[in-house]
Design a protein around this ligand. Structure first.
Ligand code: ARG
Length: 465
């Protein structure tokens, strides 16, 4: 057991208590943030003459050595330390002797862990933003290639009106674009440095908090020291944004699973992104999409867990807050792998244009267009709706599509029909006429695709770095 606080204790910590209390098993992930934060702290202490320049240099060299050795594997982070902070400090003292004991001057583990978590989450937010960018680039490519791939648009999972694959995928482009906007927003709000808040009430040393903030790439120091050590809003905001990403990925996965079924046959997944069955030789299963859909649950769970942990905590730091880590680490790993895998799967999917178009054709998705035709020929919409409905009924009875009816059959329901009805209800015409901003018509889609391209150029994957 290696802990930082033996002085006022007369007994050894019970072993079970020690294990229950320790966080090294998971906060070891924060080693880099912890060391970089400590280096900045020491630079500031030296600048403020709280340490001599020699002390400052020695400690910085010691810390840099620890970082190097951990990264090369020469130094292992072992569980005999209570947490990552104890590990680094104990190693520093081993390395450079008693001077190392000055590292923690004017600092508490409370502001230290608040800093480490902020830096870790800030990095993770940037990574998520980049992964979302990669996915958007794939969606953009699909949109560009499928501006005239017709497919049924659904409401209530019933064929509704014809759209294009570009338009359908474009809906997901919007979702993931909003997810990126959330990343930017979280980054901006959380980018304040809690270091110097001390245990909760600042310190009596003349710290230059603005200097450490600047060294660590923060916009400014946090404003209230009690809030600084007890705020985990940024973890919650990030988890909420991750949960939303998973919800989007899960909806898309659900569609891909449907589209990949024999009944739909809209897409074929690449062999590298599907799996087989141990018993049924014919199977090629969409496991990746199913796993993404399934893993959504644990990310929602992490958000609920964190909200519940924070609920009812009095100011300022409480040990409950050590529970901020495992859930968010798991959520980060989960979303990272889901985004990577989903992007790879989407990038290699093959779309079956013929199946999509045939499906749009045989589901009466142009029934609204029959009504619209009549409206353009002076029939009030409500009457036109009734006429089109009766024509659909006739088609169902005869097992036909609307385009298969003879002109005489059309005219049995309304004299307003002429030879041009066939042109008016062709799939291509139905889609092409939908030119309102945001609609699937080619001109509107070209606008959307050009706007997406501008957006991707202006916000590269590393923009938050
Ligand atoms: N391991 C602790 C955490 O993750 C570090 C802070 C400990 N501070 C304390 N006063 N016990 O929250």
């Amino acid at each position: 057991m290696a802990q930082l606080w033996g002085g006022r204790f007369t007994k050894q910590t019970d072993e079970l208590v020690y294990a229950f209390n320790a966080s090294i098993g998971f906060d070891r992930r924060l080693y880099r943030q912890d060391i970089e934060g400590s280096i900045a702290h020491v630079k500031m202490l030296a600048k403020q003459k709280i340490l001599t320049p020699e002390e400052g240099d020695r400690i910085q060299e010691g810390l840099a050595g620890i970082l190097r050795d951990v990264e090369s594997g020469a130094l292992e982070i072992t569980p005999e330390y209570e947490d990552i902070h104890s590990f680094v400090e104990a190693n520093l003292i081993d390395r450079i002797g008693d001077i190392g004991k000055k590292l923690h001057t004017g600092r508490s583990r409370n502001d230290q862990v608040a800093l480490d978590m902020r830096m870790y989450i800030r990095d993770a937010v940037r990574t998520t933003d980049g992964l979302l960018f990669d996915l958007l680039a794939v969606l953009q490519r699909i949109m560009e290639e499928h501006i005239d791939t017709f497919m049924p648009g659904f409401t209530h999972l019933q064929k509704a009106q014809p759209v294009t694959l570009a338009h359908h995928v474009g809906a997901y482009f919007e979702m993931f674009r909003r997810d990126r906007a959330r990343m930017e927003d979280i980054c901006r709000r959380m980018n304040e440095c809690p270091l110097g808040a001390g245990a909760l009430a600042g310190t009596t040393y003349p710290l230059d908090r603005a200097y450490t903030a600047q060294l660590l790439g923060f916009d400014r120091p946090t404003r209230n020291s009690m809030d600084s050590v007890s705020d985990r809003d940024y973890v919650i905001e990030y988890l909420a944004a991750l949960a939303t990403i998973m919800m989007h990925l899960s909806r898309f996965s659900e569609e891909i699973i449907l589209w990949n079924s024999n009944e739909y046959g809209f897409v074929e997944l690449d062999d590298a992104f599907s799996t087989g069955s141990s018993i049924m030789p014919q199977k090629k299963n969409p496991d990746i999409a199913e796993l993404v859909r399934g893993k959504t649950g644990r990310v929602y769970g992490a958000l609920m867990g964190m909200l519940t942990t924070m609920k009812g905590l009095p100011l300022a730091y409480n040990k409950d807050m050590q529970e901020d880590k495992e859930g968010v680490f798991d959520a980060i790993d989960t979303v990272t792998s889901c985004l990577r895998l989903f992007t790879g799967m989407a990038d290699t999917m093959k779309f079956n244009r013929d199946a999509m178009e045939a499906s749009a054709r045989n589901g009466f998705t142009n029934a609204t267009d029959v009504a619209d035709y009549l409206v353009n020929h002076g029939v009030p919409f409500r009457d036109a709706h009734g006429i089109s409905g009766r024509l659909v009924l006739k088609c169902i009875a005869e097992g036909k599509a609307l385009d298969d009816l003879t002109l005489a059959q059309f005219r049995e329901e309304s004299e307003a029909f002429g030879e041009d009805i066939y042109e008016a209800i062709r799939m291509k015409t139905c889609v092409e006429r939908r030119l309102t901003e945001g609609a699937p018509g080619q001109a509107a889609m070209r606008e959307a695709i050009a706007e997406n391209r501008r957006y991707l150029q202006e916000t590269p994957g590393d923009r938050l770095r």
